[in-house]
Ligand binder design. Structure first.
Ligand SMILES: Cc1cc2nc3c(=O)[nH]c(=O)nc-3n(C[C@H](O)[C@H](O)[C@H](O)COP(=O)(O)OP(=O)(O)OC[C@H]3O[C@@H](n4cnc5c(N)ncnc54)[C@H](O)[C@@H]3O)c2cc1C
Length: 400
């Protein structure tokens, strides 16, 4: 493990912490520890304003190359940024899909025109994105996409028809990247296209789905003759799978260490409550808290090992990275259960009507989905077996 922080990095840490302390005040003070998974409905407008404030300070897209409007931070500095951001309790980022997924994908696969059209809005925090991958029959089996894209020669545009589901933040987004079938006779991962679609147009209907938390962070999105300019397809028709998979490669990067700082904040809350209400006197609770603490440390060292090691020539992380999603999602789900046991009978009582949950209740309910989105635990195990351990590939059902 090589990752270490130089004196210069520590100065950078002080700069990040100082800026956050100065700016997370006044109108933004109420955003502390708000937003993010399970709490996305809180202060949506103020959090969009916060994105713009971050941009003014040069704190969006810190890991992007400077020529694309980023800050060009080293891996160490990105780690520091995400750690300090979470330590300060700064709000969940509404721009994270654009910054973490769309931007890196356009930098890797987009045309210069696409980069010039879309990257500045992401850097400025003014244009928000959502991810249109999943469909009712295409979640884990992503290649089973049914949404169709037909090129209309007269209009010189792609016409999109179909449905996406579980589309996080679609109701707040300006754009959605969508995989759709460009060749109607194709099956599986062949014949797909990757489209950049404007949400505010006739032919797109966003319907919220109410979640167990009582809030609606994700949606069904229906495309009924929606339009996409020819120049807004990334790659050629048929390249969709390559681009879509490239994008998923960006999903688990340096921000993992910031995520752990949020986990630490949640664990601290659980410990504080256990002290306050006496649950800490129960040996089995003490044991589980100690285990959660130790496993969080393991997560941190594994991430540092992953980030400081050699990555592949395509920028992919080393094989150790494959275990990360399975580990954190399972850990976080157990933390939710621990939180409820520490709360005791109070975990069944709502703060207020009709559905006002405390932070820990909301966390417990939301973390049920951690082992599903971004690849279910079962799928992660397949990936570890096949790509990490070189075991035989899972037998597929009869090909159509
Ligand atoms: C909170 C949340 C936010 C989301 N946000 C988005 C978003 O913004 N955009 C988007 O496109 N999608 C989003 N999703 C969708 C998410 O990516 C899918 O739910 C996920 O990929 C699983 O697909 P599925 O729901 O279709 O389950 P299915 O694929 O139907 O799986 C059902 C069960 O079968 C198991 N299973 C399936 N195939 C195999 C196999 N080969 N081997 C072993 N077990 C298997 C799965 O592990 C699972 O337990 C979100 C989901 C959640 C919960």
């Amino acid at each position: 493990m090589k990752l270490s922080f130089s004196a210069e990095d520590e100065l950078f840490r002080a700069e990040v912490a100082g800026w956050l302390a100065e700016n997370l005040t006044g109108e933004f003070a109420k955003l502390k520890y708000r937003g993010g998974p399970g709490d996305e409905h809180m202060f949506p407008q103020e959090r969009q304003d916060w994105e713009k404030r971050l941009a003014e300070g040069g704190w969006t897209c810190v890991g992007w190359p400077k020529e694309h409007g980023g800050r060009g931070c080293s891996i160490e500095q990105q780690v520091i940024f995400f750690e300090e951001y979470a330590r300060a309790g700064a709000p969940g980022r509404v721009g994270h899909i654009g910054e973490g997924l769309t931007g890196p994908t356009l930098i890797a696969f987009g045309t210069e025109e696409q980069q010039q059209k879309y990257l500045p809005g992401i850097v400025a925090g003014t244009e928000l994105w959502c991810q249109g991958y999943s469909e009712p029959g295409a979640g884990s089996d992503l290649a089973n996409v049914k949404t169709k894209a037909r090129f209309d020669d007269e209009q010189g545009k792609w016409i999109i028809n179909g449905q996406k589901v579980w589309t996080s933040l679609a109701h707040e987004s300006d754009y959605c990247f969508v995989i759709a079938r460009t060749d109607p006779d194709s099956v599986a991962h062949k014949g797909l296209g990757f489209f950049l679609i404007k949400m505010d147009q006739p032919g797109i209907d966003v319907r919220p789905i109410e979640q167990i938390t009582g809030t609606s962070e994700f949606n069904e999105v229906f495309f009924d003759d929606a339009h996409c300019d020819a120049s807004d397809m990334v790659g050629a028709p048929g390249d969709g799978w390559k681009v879509a998979m490239g994008l998923l490669g960006f999903e688990r990067g340096v921000s993992t260490l910031g995520q752990q700082m949020q986990f630490q904040n949640e664990l601290d809350d659980v410990v504080e409550l256990a002290r306050e209400n006496g649950a800490a006197k129960d040996p089995s609770i003490r044991d589980r808290i100690a285990r959660a603490h130790a496993e969080l440390k393991i997560m941190r060292y594994n991430s540092l090992r992953m980030l400081s090691g050699q990555s592949g020539s395509d920028g992919s992380l080393q094989k150790e990275a494959l275990i990360y999603k399975l580990f954190w999602a399972t850990w976080h789900r157990s933390l939710g259960e621990l939180a409820m046991d520490v709360m005791g009978p109070e975990c069944d009582i709502l703060e207020g009507g009709p559905y006002e949950l405390s932070r820990l209740q909301s966390m417990y309910l939301f973390v049920r989905s951690d082992t599903i989105y971004g690849g279910t635990n079962q799928i992660q195990r397949n990936i570890i077996a096949e790509r990490g351990l070189g075991m035989p590939r899972e037998p597929k059902g009869t090909a159509k």
